[in-house]
Ligand binder design. Structure first.
Ligand code: AMP
Ligand code: MG
Length: 338
């Protein structure tokens, strides 16, 4: 364990070569990407990858996404790259799309969470792609937070979670997308969404039939075998207790007025008209994880949240239901729907 975590600006060649040296020597380094900050190590080095799991406290069967500098490098880790995968990478890479493909034997099982597949993406951050080139190997990089907590979208978030546990954080400013990549798997011509993100079902539907896995909108109990192992774990959870209130704005207000005490906050859409002191706005989707961290910083203990529209705001909905521990109440019937 290191007692000291250094933060360096990611756009300096010296910082990139220092990060590359650390990674080549088997260490882990936090990196900025367009989605969220990642905790990166040599994807082929079992000992280095183990350090990622230890620093995050991540369950060992939750696979890591492998980050590459270019589409050409996909064949370094994937045994087969179907035509559809090539098309999708060409359309959306570099960018927030991860495709699950059959893995090559060189990818150790610790990286793939014991699976025969590997999730692959090309991040849209020039400095990080340069870093991957300097390392000369693909980088496994899950989100750089303590497992279960909201994902980090600034270097300060990473520092709050991992100081003393990692030697270096590359600071690339605020993440532009702010939500993790869309994760998909392919079944012939069909595209299955395992985790929704900025690359939406609508965007993908130009390339094939899109199916949304049940685990995206529902709670996957530990008993069932989820399509993507990450689905079954606690995620994005602040200390603050969040309850989602389904229904119209009027129904939400009715529920809030009847059930909130003076310490309860209302998490509302920006254009909702409801004049109360204890109000927080969702703001931009890219700021959602920051907002979750702010709730705890401000000592807010209880929130009633307006419910995002499932279809139109699938990525936000998917993160919010997890942050709320699947507590959803229908304001109309006042019954717990889940
Ligand atoms: P994170 O690293 O925190 O962004 O989480 C990565 C997500 O991608 C998790 O939900 C994983 O379950 C999912 N994932 C990564 N690799 C695979 C794979 N081979 N098969 C299915 N899901 C995967
Ligand atoms: Mg994560």
């Amino acid at each position: 364990m290191n007692d000291y975590t250094k933060i360096l600006l990611a756009d300096s060649p010296e910082a990139l070569s220092e990060a590359a040296e650390l990674i080549k020597s088997g260490q882990v380094v936090a990196i900025p990407t367009e989605t969220v900050y990642g905790l990166a190590a040599n994807a082929f080095d079992q000992t280095a990858v183990k350090r990622i799991f230890e620093a995050k406290g991540r369950p060992q069967d939750n696979p890591l996404i492998v980050h590459l500098h270019s589409i050409e490098a996909v064949s370094e880790v994937a045994k087969e790259v179907p035509k559809l995968a090539r098309k999708l990478f060409s359309a959306f890479s570099p960018g927030p799309l991860t495709i699950v493909l059959p893995k090559k034997k060189e990818v150790p099982y610790i990286t793939s969470g014991g699976l025969e597949t590997v999730g692959v993406r090309i991040p849209d951050n020039e400095n990080v792609r340069e870093l991957i080139k300097l390392c000369g190997v693909p980088l496994s990089a899950p989100s750089a937070n303590i497992s279960g907590k909201p994902s980090p979208t600034t270097a300060a978030h990473v520092y709050d979670d991992l100081q003393g546990k990692i030697p270096l954080i590359l600071d690339g400013g605020v993440c532009r997308v702010g939500l993790e990549s869309t994760v998909i798997s392919l079944d012939g011509d069909r595209i299955k969404i395992l985790r929704p993100g900025k690359v939406t079902a609508k965007m993908l539907s130009e390339y094939g039939e899109v199916i949304i896995d049940k685990g995206v909108t529902e709670s996957v109990s530990e008993m069932k075998k989820p399509t993507s192992p990450g689905m079954k774990y606690k995620h994005y959870a602040p200390e603050c207790d969040i309850t989602i209130i389904e229904g119209s704005l009027d129904e939400f207000i009715g529920y809030f007025n009847n059930n909130a005490d003076e310490k309860t906050f209302a998490l509302m859409f920006d254009d909702d008209i409801f004049d109360i002191k204890n109000r927080i706005n969702y703001g931009n989707e890219s700021e959602f994880f920051s907002l979750l961290r702010e709730l705890d910083k401000k000592g807010i203990k209880k929130v009633f949240a307006r419910c995002p529209i499932k279809d139109a705001q699938l990525a936000l909905y998917n993160r919010l239901i997890r942050a709320a521990g699947y507590k959803i109440i229908n304001a109309n019937s006042f019954s717990e729907v889940r």
